[in-house]
Write a new protein. Structure first.
Length: 288
């Protein structure tokens, strides 16, 4: 395929030639504006030799842009019909097309080692769980640039004081520094969605020092409980999990609400308290 990516006309011709239509069930909206593809690649910071995972590669619009920047691409596409066309469009290029569901992927196998980037125009219905899954299970992916529904992106990147700030924001912040880096209108897609999109950059960083891997689940449980009743004071929303003494030890006001606590506050709370449902540690064997 000639050119840096597929135009709207080329996209429609490909669909017609293969007897395909975008699937509403799979949230297929193809990025058919070459300038937007170039913008995504630029914001992703992808260059020659970089190893990139692309999720939901579709017909290859973004794939071609990444290849044009010199990247080595591992393209994931769950739709077998599109995966066949994608292989045709990218024939002879430095790309590996994998027909698999990213939500069920073995991420250490998809992105082994370190130094990977993930760049994707994500289906709206899986964007949040997929980002969280990649952050948790794919340590080899060190940075992400994802295009998602505007409301979803704002939640991923929100901080304390932002109306979009919630449990998802804290979970993302545990693993990465996230920020929105651009907006994308519906007109650059085929077919155009009914909502606007944003580009979100996520750069992996070490988790809070106060909370090791063994206490991560406890931290996330506290976050979930707190935001399940976000208008309640923490002394009520965390009742049964955290005692008043635990809140005091963590330096958290009992009258505070979940939306007032930043990641470091949650980390301190998890470090100063114990999961009441956790199994007690095994007794140490006595010396003989």
């Amino acid at each position: 395929m000639t050119g840096p990516t597929l135009t709207r006309r080329q996209t429609q011709d490909l669909l017609d030639r293969h007897g395909l239509r975008p699937s509403k069930a799979r949230g297929q909206h193809f990025l058919v504006e070459p300038a937007t593809v170039a913008r995504v690649v630029r914001l992703a910071g992808v260059g020659p030799g970089d190893r990139v995972v692309e999720v939901g590669a579709g017909l290859g619009h973004l794939t071609l842009g990444l290849l044009g920047a010199g990247a080595r691409v591992r393209a994931l596409e769950v739709d077998e019909r599109l995966a066949g066309v994608l292989a045709e469009v990218t024939a002879g290029a430095d790309v590996e097309v994998l027909t698999l569901d990213a939500m069920a992927a073995d991420w250490p196998a998809v992105a082994p080692g370190s130094g990977w980037a993930l760049v994707a125009n994500l289906p709206y219905n899986v964007a949040t769980p997929l980002v969280l899954q990649v952050l948790e299970r794919a340590p080899g992916i060190e940075r992400l640039l994802v295009m998602v529904q505007r409301e979803v992106g704002e939640r991923l990147a929100a901080g304390v004081g932002n109306p979009a700030y919630g449990a998802v924001s804290v979970k993302v912040a545990y693993w990465s520094l996230a920020r929105t880096v651009g907006r994308v209108g519906p007109s650059v897609f085929l077919p155009p969605p009914r909502v606007s999109s944003v580009l979100v950059s996520l750069v992996r960083r070490p988790p809070p020092a106060e909370v090791g891997p063994d206490r991560r689940r406890w931290l996330l449980r506290l976050v979930g409980a707190g935001f399940a009743h976000r208008r309640k004071m923490l002394r009520r929303s965390l009742a049964g999990l955290v005692t008043p003494e635990g809140l005091e030890a963590a330096g958290v006001r009992p009258q505070a609400r979940a939306e007032e606590l930043a990641l470091q506050d949650w980390a301190r709370l998890a470090a100063c308290t114990e999961d009441p449902d956790a199994s007690p540690p095994s007794p140490r064997p006595r010396p003989s």
